[in-house]
Design a protein around this ligand. Structure first.
Ligand code: HAM
Length: 525
């Protein structure tokens, strides 16, 4: 049974094998046979650290191994982006921009300012020792200056670094947001990929759960704005204070708090897996809590099995009332959670939030309230997650500074919006007008026409090559342009151009001198 637990744990919790394979193989985690042979040969030709460009290496290789034409066919470019990453063609980009604008609009409504940081950070920013998945999934490497660097898997450590760099020079409290691309060497599942964009909303400098309530309200405003209801999405709330209080009662030292939380989160994932998958498949099997799955880590941490059992027992409580019965009378966690629910009521978001003691979150730095938004149908993975992390700055050697925030990925929400059929359609190119010269002598005039219309704020597609009129109209209609301006010899001699209104099919002539007025007129319609 132990090995079965271990196997499941390795699927559910750990990606160590994948990560070491990744480290051995390189950033896209794959080597194709053709490129593998080239890589081997070129490293033989130029040495492991050879600076020669890939193009030079390939050329040498090609001249050694046969005709260039044949070899070009063998090493044809793989047009897929690296596994787990995405290309954004214009229609995908329209969807992405729409989503980001929704996030930006909500951030502005709540008074958050936008910030950014480099996607490449020092690896040491993420080397926390609590056994978190995210630190095992790093895209890390040593750069040419021998620095250990990593692509950021999340934004919170960069934000902490930026706050710390200002050495108390920032006016607290601060409310900042960002939409970074984050990189994690994940096992790919629906809604989980190796890069994702993550809306981050964080408040620094507020001690009380007023910060959490404001963040939750912002998240719900986003859900409402994109057409979701509290029947589609719920937000589970808990506090790590619950775990802290149980550990204190059991005499477990404070320094084991973070690692214990991460372990309990792992156990929760395994337990859910057992409940949802194993127990459904083999209903006669009564798996309780498969502690054996985390036995090794438990021993490493020096925790008694009974401690974890007690914790998991507490975490099966389903209401704040029942959890308060097993915690000390003056429990701070219970008091905070009760207040948080009251504030949620004041914001009018009480239908969206619920207490769930089993939500612990897998990141080590959370210290208090934690929350996770989920699809009520239970089909998709977590939509968003966050919590309070009052001690993160201290772990970097900074001053104690309270902080709370959340991260909200772009992948699961798009799946959910598609599933609920509330995703807007993003058709058309957004051109207002297509401008076209009937012959090359008039191309200069077409440029002037396009410039005049652009100066009036129109989005203009100037046709850059000689094309037939039929092609131009087809192109304009395919791109849902509103008008087409044709610069033709006869009209030009009269100082005019023809303008076709593509929505009604009517064509008229307009004086070139009056084009600005025409553009102003149509913009008001
Ligand atoms: P996290 O729970 O690791 O938290 O990620 C937050 C959200 O990012 C997830 O709920 C999910 O929507 C999205 N996400 C994470 N990993 C992936 C992935 N591989 N593919 C697609 N989406 C993903 C954090 O990262 C914290 N730093 C959030 C935070 C900000 N806490 C306080 N402030």
């Amino acid at each position: 049974m132990r090995s079965r637990y271990a196997a499941i744990l390795s699927i559910v919790c750990s990606r160590r094998i994948a990560v070491s394979a990744f480290q051995a193989v390189g950033s896209n985690g794959r080597i194709h046979e053709s490129s593998k042979s080239i890589a081997t040969t070129s490293s033989r030709l130029f040495g492991e650290n050879g600076r020669s460009s890939a193009a030079v290496a390939d050329k040498d290789l090609l001249s050694k191994t046969g005709s260039e034409k044949n070899n070009r066919a063998k090493v044809a470019l793989d047009t897929n982006p690296p596994k787990g990453t995405r290309d954004f063609y214009p229609p995908d980009m329209r969807l992405r921009t729409w989503l980001f604008n929704q996030w930006r609009d909500v951030a502005a409504l709540y008074g958050f300012s936008e910030y950014d940081a480099p996607v490449l950070e020092s690896e040491s920013l993420y080397t926390r020792k609590a056994g978190e998945e995210v630190t095992q999934q790093l895209y890390n490497f040593v750069d040419k200056g021998d620095r250990a660097v990593a692509l950021r898997p999340e934004m919170t450590p960069s934000l902490a670094r930026m706050v710390m760099a200002k050495k108390g020079g920032l006016n607290l409290p601060l409310k900042w947001f960002s939409i970074p691309q984050c990189w994690r060497y994940e096992r790919m599942t629906r809604g989980r990929r190796r890069e994702h964009f993550q809306w981050n909303m964080d408040i620094w400098g507020v001690n009380g759960i007023e910060a959490e309530a404001e963040l939750l309200s912002a998240m719900v405003t986003f859900f409402k704005n994109v057409g979701l209801t509290s029947e589609d999405v719920g937000i589970k709330l808990n506090s790590r204070g619950v775990i802290g209080e149980v550990l204190t009662e059991l005499g477990v030292p404070e320094e084991k708090f973070a690692a214990t939380c991460v372990l309990v989160d792992k156990l929760e994932k395994v337990r859910r897996y057992f409940t949802d998958v194993i127990c459904c498949r083999h209903s006669q099997e009564k798996f309780k809590v498969p502690i054996a799955a985390i036995q090794g880590e438990l021993e490493e941490l020096g925790l008694e099995t009974s401690t974890i059992e007690k914790l998991t027992d507490v975490l099966t409580n389903t209401s704040i009332e029942s959890i308060s019965a097993v915690l000390p009378k003056d429990s701070v966690a219970v008091k905070e959670l009760t207040q948080l629910f009251e504030l949620c009521k004041a914001y009018g978001i009480e239908d969206w939030v619920m207490f769930d003691a089993s939500v612990v979150r897998g990141l080590a730095y959370y210290t208090g309230v934690v929350f996770e938004a989920f699809d009520r149908k239970g089909v998709l993975r977590a939509i968003a997650g966050g919590g309070r992390y009052d001690k993160l700055l201290e772990t970097f050697g900074g001053d104690p500074t309270p902080a709370a925030g959340f991260g909200f990925g772009d992948a699961v929400i798009v799946e959910l919006l598609k599933e609920r059929d509330v995703l807007p359609t993003f058709e058309g190119s957004g051109y207002d007008t297509v401008v076209f010269a009937m012959n090359s002598d008039l191309y200069g005039v077409a440029i002037n026409v396009a410039s005049t219309l652009r100066a009036e704020g129109q989005s203009v597609d100037l046709i850059l090559e000689a094309k037939k009129t039929k092609w131009v109209f087809k192109h304009a209609s395919r791109n849902e342009a509103k008008h087409c301006v044709i610069v033709a010899g006869n009209e030009y001699e009269n100082g005019e151009v023809s303008i076709k209104d593509l929505s009604i099919g009517e064509q008229k002539t307009v004086k070139i001198d009056a084009l600005s007025d025409w553009a102003k007129d149509v913009s008001q319609k």
